[in-house]
Design a protein around this ligand. Structure first.
Ligand code: SF4
Length: 698
């Protein structure tokens, strides 16, 4: 007999619905869920092959392992032994050095219930705010910009707006490869409505550009100059919504003065795009009745990431194209549940339900709800800061959960050296492949997709329930259960849940009265409706499609704030020694650090190895031919891969994919050997998209 479940894809933030079937022999196969509002049956190459990652258990961690000191090999132990020793080590460190000497580094791939309990554990019971996730590397600039401009980390639009809009501006993103099913919807919308205008800004000619009416191939780091120049033309042409600006925004005068500081011609020279193309982009936006801005890592992963976000959101605000069908900012979330993590407060600077850690009233509310310790008013260590603190010895113990920082952090060799110095490392993982494993004092095997239940929230605030179908291999346990068992070993009360639903219900209750209120939402309601968008007050079964339809924002004045941001890039500039700008990113068929997609042979057929994209002119001056091995260098390190000559990248810019890591102890294909730990000062997100390098034939 075949057993089937409805679940959600665990890769990107698009959040496609999947039906998984298990046949009599235990073999799985997947199909897109035709009734799912996001993907309507479609799946991309990664989603279509997801079942292979579950069926191939050859790399799975099956049993807890532990070592008593770093010179001894790890041995298989029972769950009780592993968790009791971990609790003993954590307790000793906390007693001797204080709660800030321990930290949890988690992931945007954790389920909401998992995020909730680990956040509660460290902030409410251990007494430190040292929890951050790899979402810091991904969405934190967008989060900060939403808070600054709209008063809340809230994506205003829904995917259905794609079919309603007549203009989309994709800024620094390649959704055709990185958010494929969302892009299929854009393609279908364009086919149904040829008047739909698509503008793309990107230093590379990507697959996304093939659908664009206008591609602005700008120089890296010049996004704000471009957005301001478009804003200037919109103002000059009278293509703004003066009534909306007057009634529902603040800050327009300063903004108008700021964008007038540079002429369109001057902006065009800085951006490296024709002035008439900037005017054309503004004319398209000005003529449209509705307008979506869409972006992801090109803006977020920058030393000026928050300001880049603000300058783009400004275009929605000055045109009044927000809170209306087909209009608004749509940040494309990288990971499947980065948004769910923010809902439970799973970052070093926030508390549950988007409460502010710096706000004493918010801390008190959460303290009283959890009934644990006083919540510290000190912001916790963020992703990169944790590894710096390990290096300096300030942080003694780190618990890494569902992520592979030794591939994904910037300047990763430094992070590797820091992890070597850590007194105690816990790695909670599904796979034996991540580079972190070799540094683990304790390994805790975790259950994977379809092996546990819980919820996730996609990029349009859509919460979905993920069912369990398969028993985890060996002794692997769901992440939430591991954390709760550990909390109990630490002697903390409030972690004796009888089910994941109980954890979920507690999370829902703590949202009561906030802007993301889902206190009336239960597993049953989500299962009945397949998905629900927050906030949910029970008035409509499907939740809230679109935010700010009353044009009252979540700022104190209820007006959106137009920020007059500066336009200078603050990345390390190029120099005669390091004359090229390296930008990093994804390829179509791989996901992050490849611990899942790397297991699927079909997905290697698209692109099998790491490569460097370089313009033929830059290659020629360096005597580099197609497929030559090249060495990319800077002060941080080096990478050696084959060269791929292409005119689709701007002269002076090179591109490395982010997915590859160590192969047989050779780490020379790891893009983050080169990237910097320069951070946006507000979001503390690293500058992955702009690194000065030199390239030579090897
Ligand atoms: Fe999964 Fe994203 Fe592909 Fe949808 S678009 S199937 S969520 S990877």
């Amino acid at each position: 007999m075949t057993e089937s479940i409805k679940t959600t894809c665990c890769y990107c933030g698009v959040g496609c619905g999947i039906i998984v079937h298990k046949d009599r022999d235990g073999k799985l196969h997947v199909e897109g869920d035709k009734d799912h509002p996001v993907n309507k049956g479609m799946l991309c190459s990664k989603g279509m092959n997801l079942h292979y990652t579950v069926m191939d258990t050859s790399d799975r961690l099956l049993y807890p392992e532990m070592r008593y000191n770093k010179n001894l090999p790890r041995q298989r132990v029972s769950w009780d032994q592993a968790l009791e020793r971990t609790a003993a080590v954590f307790s000793t460190i906390i007693e001797k050095f204080g709660p800030e000497a321990v930290a949890f580094y988690a992931s945007g791939q954790c389920l909401t219930e998992e995020y909730y309990v680990v956040n509660k554990l460290i902030k409410g019971f251990i007494g430190s705010n040292n929890i951050d996730t790899n979402s810091r590397l991904c969405m934190s600039s967008a989060v900060a910009a939403y808070k600054k401009s709209l008063g809340e980390d809230s994506v205003p639009v829904c995917y259905d707006d794609i079919e309603l809009t007549d203009c989309i501006f994709v800024a620094g993103a390649n959704p055709a490869w990185c958010h494929p099913i969302l892009w299929r919807r854009v393609e279908a919308a364009k086919a149904a409505n040829p008047n739909l205008v698509i503008i793309v800004s990107d230093p590379r000619v990507t697959q996304t550009c093939s659908l664009a009416n206008l591609h602005l191939q700008l120089n890296p780091g010049t996004d704000i100059v471009l957005h301001h120049a478009i804003g200037r033309v919109l103002i000059e042409q009278g293509d703004i919504d003066a009534s909306f600006v007057h009634n529902h925004t603040e800050g327009f005068e300063k903004y108008a003065a700021k964008v007038m500081e540079r002429s369109v011609e001057e902006a065009a020279i800085i951006c490296g795009v024709p002035a008439e193309d900037i005017r054309k982009a503004a004319a398209y936006i000005g003529a449209s009745k509705s307008f979506i801005t869409m972006w992801t890592m090109g803006l977020n992963q920058s030393v000026i990431g928050v300001d880049k976000n603000l300058s783009l959101i400004n275009l929605n605000l000055i045109t009044g194209k927000i809170g209306k069908p087909g209009s608004g900012p749509l940040s494309l979330t990288g990971q499947p549940n980065a948004m769910g993590g923010r809902e439970v407060g799973g970052l070093a600077n926030i508390l549950p339900a988007h409460r502010d850690l710096a706000n004493p009233l918010h801390r008190k509310e959460v303290e009283e709800f959890w009934g644990g310790k006083k919540i510290s008013d000190k912001r916790g260590l963020t992703a990169t800061e944790m590894f710096e603190a390990l290096e300096s010895g300030k942080l003694k113990a780190i618990w890494i959960m569902c992520t592979n920082p030794l591939l994904s952090l910037p300047d990763v060799r430094k992070a590797e050296a820091a992890l070597k110095k850590a007194k105690f490392v816990v790695v909670q993982e599904i796979s034996s492949k991540p580079e972190t494993i070799q540094y683990a004092d304790v390994i805790l095997p975790a259950a994977a997709w379809t092996e546990k239940e819980g919820t996730m929230t996609n990029a349009e605030r859509r919460i979905s329930y993920l069912s369990k179908l398969v028993t985890p291999p060996g002794e692997a346990l769901p992440d939430a259960e591991i954390i709760c068992r550990f909390a109990q070993k630490m002697g903390y009360h409030g972690f004796d849940y009888n089910s994941f639903e109980e954890i979920y219900n507690e999370h829902c209750q703590i949202t009561k009265g906030t802007n993301i209120d889902i206190s009336a939402l239960s597993y049953d309601i989500i299962k009945r409706n397949r998905t629900v968008q927050w906030p949910y007050n029970g008035d409509t079964e499907l939740g809230t499609k679109r935010l700010f339809t009353d044009h009252r924002f979540h700022t104190p004045s209820k007006k959106a704030i137009i920020h007059a941001v500066n336009d200078e890039n603050a990345s390390e500039p190029v120099s005669p020694q390091l004359p090229l700008i390296l930008t990093t990113g994804r390829i179509r068929d791989q996901w992050h650090t490849m611990s899942k997609t790397g297991k699927v042979n079909k997905l290697k057929q698209h692109i099998a190895n790491a490569f460097l994209e370089i313009h033929p002119d830059d290659a020629f001056t360096r005597d580099i031919s197609e497929d030559d091995i090249v060495e990319i260098t800077n002060r941080n390190g080096n990478v050696r891969v084959k060269a791929k000559l292409t005119t689709s990248i701007k002269r002076g810019v090179v591109f490395l994919p982010m997915h590859w890591g160590k192969i047989l102890n050779n780490d020379l294909n790891r893009a983050n050997n080169l990237t910097h730990t320069l951070l946006d000062p507000t979001s503390l997100q690293p500058d992955f998209k702009f690194t000065a390098v030199e390239v030579k034939k090897y």
